[in-house]
Write a protein that binds this ligand. Structure first.
Ligand code: ADP
Ligand code: MG
Length: 321
């Protein structure tokens, strides 16, 4: 069992950002409105995620580290979860097998405070009395030195976690997120449901002010989002973020449609900051090209690309001459 956890861990736990992803997604699933992430050494030394969600009672908390322990009903149509499908109920078990975990959780009546090392229970303390969950993962990969060796520099690892948290904040504006590296504040959103505030916290207030909202629909798709005025540009395509039914994806055609929308407005080799939310029937969005790399293919792609290009172009034209 320990060995299979460690094998699964190799797939789930690629780097500190993958741990943050699993822990924060659990916190989101638990209905939290406030999620705080504290890192040391970009997460290699310590990842602490504190939420104010449902919490777990003693029994569920003990079970949560067993493989295939999931309390979540899976919607078979939600094919974007395909990536996590194989790992359903395995994330915590996998993370636990390659780290030390301190879990404090309380669901309002029952809770637990435990320490695990490599998945083995080491300490038990009195349960907390604050509703929610506080999970600290430390010494990640302490028992898999090979993996530790492959970790890139602290800045690279931190960059992955910042990108991840930015995306989670953008598609969950109702949740107040905070990301700290030691005492450095890297992201803070207020959870008041205002995407522009999230944009301001990610890209700066001045840039956010120069972003225009767009919205459009075709037969099969609805899109909305924010796009910068052509004067605010970046040298990289990384500032065009695309979410399909609430999931972040890499979609090169959509990036191209966005760039095409700016057509004559953009200098060569400059790109806008754009956040694009696409909504469509899950049956149109079920074609995964490379789930682990977040690449997808969509049905009626041409229709969507035309919609993206037209909507953004018109929004820019309306304010820019
Ligand atoms: P999954 O998320 O696929 O169900 P995980 O291994 O990530 O599997 O988590 C196992 C279970 O632990 C979850 O189904 C959930 O019941 C519980 N759990 C994990 N994190 C939290 C949290 N922050 N708040 C409440 N419950 C949690
Ligand atoms: Mg999970």
């Amino acid at each position: 069992e320990w060995l299979s956890n460690k094998i699964a861990a190799g797939e789930v736990v690629e780097r500190p950002a993958s741990v943050v992803k699993e822990l924060v997604e659990n916190a989101i699933d638990a209905g939290s409105t406030q999620i705080e992430v504290f890192l040391e050494e970009a997460g290699l030394a310590k990842i602490q995620v504190t939420d104010n969600g449902s919490g777990m009672d003693e029994e569920d908390a003990m079970k949560s580290f067993a493989r295939h322990a999931t309390s979540k009903i899976v919607n078979e149509h939600d094919l974007f979860r395909i990536r996590t499908l194989g790992f359903r109920g395995e994330a915590l078990a996998s993370i636990a097998s390659v780290s030390k975990i301190h879990l404090k959780t309380f669901d309002g009546t029952s809770g637990i405070d435990i320490v695990l090392e490599g998945g083995q229970l080491k300490e038990r303390h009195a349960a907390p009395s604050r509703r929610g969950t506080d999970m600290t993962v430390s010494q990640l990969f302490f028992n898999t030195p090979a993996r530790l060796k492959y970790m890139k520099t602290i800045q690279t690892e931190l960059g992955h976690t910042i990108d991840l948290m930015n995306r989670l904040a953008l598609c969950n504006p109702d949740i107040a997120f905070k990301l700290m590296h030691y005492d450095q504040l890297l992201l803070q959103t207020n959870g008041r449901g205002n995407v522009q505030q999230v944009l301001a916290s990610i890209y700066g207030i001045q840039n956010a002010k120069k972003m225009i909202r767009f919205e459009g629909a075709s037969n099969d798709y609805r899109i909305s989002g924010y796009a910068t005025l052509p004067e605010v540009t970046r040298a990289s395509k990384n500032y065009m973020s695309i979410f399909v039914n609430g999931r972040w994806v890499k979609h090169f055609l959509a990036q191209k449609a966005i760039v095409d929308a700016y057509h004559t407005f953009l200098p060569i080799e400059r790109f806008p900051i754009v956040v694009l939310f696409v909504e469509g029937d899950p049956y149109l969005t079920d074609v995964n090209v490379h789930p682990a790399k977040h690449q997808i293919r969509l049905s009626k792609e041409t229709e969507l690309m035309e919609l993206v290009q037209r909507t953004i172009r018109e929004a820019i034209r309306a304010v820019h001459r």
